[in-house]
Unconditional design. Structure first.
Length: 215
């Protein structure tokens, strides 16, 4: 197993990446690192008594909700280096989303109570958080634009380009099964398959199962 740097792990989270090193070292003391979750297991689920923020050190996971009829809606896709649940560092309410490992995952985490105690002593942390919230608003708006103003083919290509840019690669495995990716993009699985085929036919991508190459 590759060496795990706790400070580098925390630094991947937007809200912590610009903090001074002494404060990052403090945060390490209230975080846990590299808990293992096998593929298909739940990292978080409603009413499980867990709170706080998680960091994905390896693997992929999906964040989703279930409505009263049991229909699943994928809200977010987590890749290596991503974090989620920062709102749980501030809210005492139960977080009602499911987070499920779609590959074997190593997960790092931080509990709300521990973070709140540190926040009281660290005004620089509060300022960094305000800046991060602005970035998250921009990201949320971009996803809304993708779903509301782009046609199906544009949504798929925009997502693939964004994901490749984030990984720094032009070839990669999709982080979700295609039915989950379709859900995330607001498409039916059949429509997603058609658009992937169309993009491949036009020479913009190469598709081999879950493996995508951008041209």
């Amino acid at each position: 197993m590759a060496h795990h740097s706790e400070i580098a792990c925390l630094s991947k989270a937007t809200i912590f990446k610009n903090l001074p090193l002494p404060l990052k070292k403090k945060l390490v003391t209230i975080s846990s690192h590299q808990d293992f979750f096998p593929k298909g297991s739940f990292i978080r689920q409603p009413l499980d008594g867990k709170d706080g923020m998680i960091f994905l050190d390896s693997g992929h996971a999906k964040v989703y909700t279930l409505n009263t009829a049991g229909k699943e809606t994928v809200l977010e896709v987590l890749n290596k280096g991503d974090s989620t649940g920062q709102e749980n560092l501030f809210s005492t309410g139960n977080h009602e989303n499911f987070i499920q490992a779609t590959e074997d995952c190593l997960v790092c985490s931080m509990k709300r109570h521990d973070f709140q105690m540190m926040l009281k002593d660290s005004p620089d942390l509060a300022l960094s958080l305000l800046n991060d919230f602005g970035e998250r608003l921009i990201t949320a708006e971009k996803n809304t634009v993708r779903r509301n103003s782009m046609n199906a083919k544009e949504r798929v290509l925009d997502y693939l380009k964004d994901h490749g840019k984030k990984l720094g690669k032009t070839s990669f495995n999709l982080p979700l099964q295609k039915k989950d990716l379709a859900n995330f993009l607001g498409l039916t699985p059949e429509t997603l398959s058609r658009q992937l085929n169309a993009l491949q036919a036009s020479g913009q991508i190469i598709v081999k199962g879950q493996f995508i190459s951008l041209n």
